[in-house]
Design a protein. Structure first.
Length: 573
């Protein structure tokens, strides 16, 4: 667990089955200490990968023996090859009945070549493994005993760290976290010299400017899954340091006589942004503890300090904050973490960050989308993405009656597409995305085709009213849910917004007609995850996020204000 300030995401990682934050450990094998860092594979968390590459000497590229290399494999591998690392390929899940280990090995060679690997990098060792069964071997057939083969390859293939044990102490800070007892902890690998508790140090920015001077209060080493205090650490060790108050990620911590900062890997820029603002709905303050713009601002700035892939800027009025990141998943993880900490806030629809080239042309981010889908659904997927300005670049069989489709699609077109994709493929398809680059603007893309059912009353939803509204479209609320004026309670089956009354009750009469008193049977309402909610809403809508709920609402709750805004927007267009 990282810390109580929002960097603790162990619960989220277990729930989603993904790595979000990099984690360090070490093992002692045949007298040699091997430091291991687990990094995320998803490109949305690429900032963690780019920083971690500064403190490792090689990488293990883990590939599924059935699925083969995915877009995130390409992302991590490309970063490692670019700085000259020589990876080791580990083909995992060889115990699967549909494994095709040797085909995947060939696919990895092709991927290395496509990423312009050098001759030395192309000569990569390959191991076949089953993490589930706890073994690794030079061949899929085994021997299936233990992981000794893996550690043996690491010792043979990975060179010792190029460090200067006699030089002045220098460490490049790679991760930042907060500890309730020790304060700020900066983790990184020591490039030269030694460090001890109470040692005087200074912090330099990437440009070499002095940030602060201070003393190290605690040196923590990684031993197995534990982090233990140590009296001395030397060049090559990965440690966490306590005692500094201003230094951050990508800064150099060094001895007072250190002359220059250590070089740091450049971080890819954000491609998508959302606006965080205070929750001003009628339900504000009922479910959360941290509501003010001051509290939201402090939390976002703290996140930006430790997460170099996030950018935060205040808007003109100072009550809202634009947060830019790599993708919807990264931003949704931040929102989910904050709501679990007791924050309430509102979120705008994500928008893509454009830039201009030397000729003044508008450029937009393009993503590579790799889709595995059953053959009968390929046509509807190609049609859906074509409407979103995507270009099909590859279609080939991937075994088992499936096709692998590869697209180059504008990020704008992929916003909100995942739910449509799951519906089109009956939940059987998989979609992986990777930032590809910038290209000239692709033109207009149609957003949501259906309107919203908007409440015109405040209170608790009534089953009878919802039963009558079901013929109008799909409902997002259930009986008893709190409702307020301007809240989006469902999706209209038509293209325009419709104001409805979800609180309407059945009128009582003294006439008992046959069939009139039957129990009301409702279709289960649609419940939104944060990722789906932020990509579903339209530009005139917000997502209300609280510790207990995710609600959709109109930006202007008052009906007359919405109509005035619609007229103004129509006049401007």
């Amino acid at each position: 667990s990282r810390s109580p300030n929002g960097r603790s995401t162990n619960d989220l990682e277990r729930e989603r089955g993904i790595t979000i934050l990099a984690k360090c450990t070490s093992v002692l094998w045949q007298g040699v200490r091997i430091n291991i860092v687990d990094t995320p594979g998803h490109a949305d968390f690429g900032g963690e990968v780019e920083r971690i590459l500064n403190m490792v000497d090689s990488v293990l590229v883990l590939v599924d023996a059935a699925e083969g290399p995915m877009p995130q494999t390409k992302f991590v591998l490309g970063k490692a090859l670019a700085i000259g690392l020589r990876p080791i390929v580990v083909i995992n899940k060889v115990d699967r009945p549909d494994q095709r280990a040797y085909e995947v090995q060939n696919a990895m060679f092709d991927l290395f070549a496509a990423l312009d690997a050098s001759a030395a990098q192309l000569d990569f060792p390959t191991l076949f493994a089953s993490a589930k069964e706890g073994w690794a071997a030079p061949a899929p057939e085994g021997p299936r005993t233990d992981l000794g083969s893996l550690f043996g390859v690491i010792l043979d293939h990975v060179p010792p760290p190029e460090v200067d044990r006699a030089g002045p102490f220098a460490l490049l800070a790679t991760t930042l976290e907060y500890n309730p007892y020790l304060g700020r902890l900066l983790t990184g690998r020591i490039h030269s010299g030694r460090v001890r508790p109470n040692q005087a140090v200074k912090a330099l920015s990437r440009a070499g400017a002095l940030i602060e001077e201070g003393r190290i209060t605690k040196v923590l080493a990684f031993r197995g899954l534990e982090r233990v205090p140590t009296e001395e650490a030397e060049a090559g060790d990965i440690v966490a340091l306590a005692g500094l108050t201003e230094a951050s990620v990508a800064d150099t911590i060094g001895a007072p006589e250190l002359g220059a900062a250590l070089p740091a890997q450049p971080i890819d820029p954000p491609t998508i942004a959302v606006t965080f603002s205070i929750n001003d709905s009628p339900l504000a303050g009922r479910e959360g503890e941290r509501l003010t713009s001051r509290e939201i601002r402090a939390r976002l700035w703290r996140e930006m300090e430790g997460n170099v892939a996030i950018r935060v800027a205040a808007t003109a009025d100072g009550d809202a904050f634009e947060v830019a990141g790599r993708g919807e998943l990264q931003l949704a993880i931040l929102m989910e973490t904050m709501r679990r900490e007791g924050y309430e806030f509102s979120i705008s629809r994500p928008r893509v960050l454009f830039k201009s080239d030397d000729q003044g042309r508008r450029l937009e981010p393009i993503e590579e989308a790799v889709i595995d889908v059953d053959e009968p659904y390929a046509g509807v997927v190609v049609d859906g993405l074509s409407q979103r300005r995507a270009e099909l670049t590859e279609m080939r069989p991937s075994g088992g009656g499936k096709l692998r489709l590869r697209f180059l699609a504008p990020s704008r077109g992929l916003l909100g597409y995942h739910n449509e994709f799951l519906t089109a493929t009956r939940g059987t398809g998989t979609l992986n995305r990777l930032f590809h680059g910038y290209a000239p603007h692709k033109g207009p893309i149609a957003t949501r085709h259906k309107g919203a059912l908007v409440s015109r009353e405040t209170g608790a939803a009534v089953a009878y009213a919802l039963w009558n509204l079901e013929e109008r479209g799909t409902l997002f609320v259930a009986p008893g849910d709190p409702i307020y004026t301007g809240m989006v309670v469902g999706e209209n089956s038509r293209g325009e917004d419709l104001d409805v009354n979800p609180l309407k009750t059945k009128h009582l009469t003294n006439i008992r007609a046959a069939g009139k008193d039957d129990n009301v049977l409702l279709t289960p309402s649609v419940r939104f995850t944060l990722e789906r909610a932020i990509t579903y809403i339209d530009d005139d809508e917000l997502v209300e996020v609280t510790p207990r709920a995710v609600r959709l609402r109109k930006r202007h709750l008052d009906l007359h204000a919405r109509r005035r805004e619609a007229k103004r927007a129509a006049a401007e267009s």
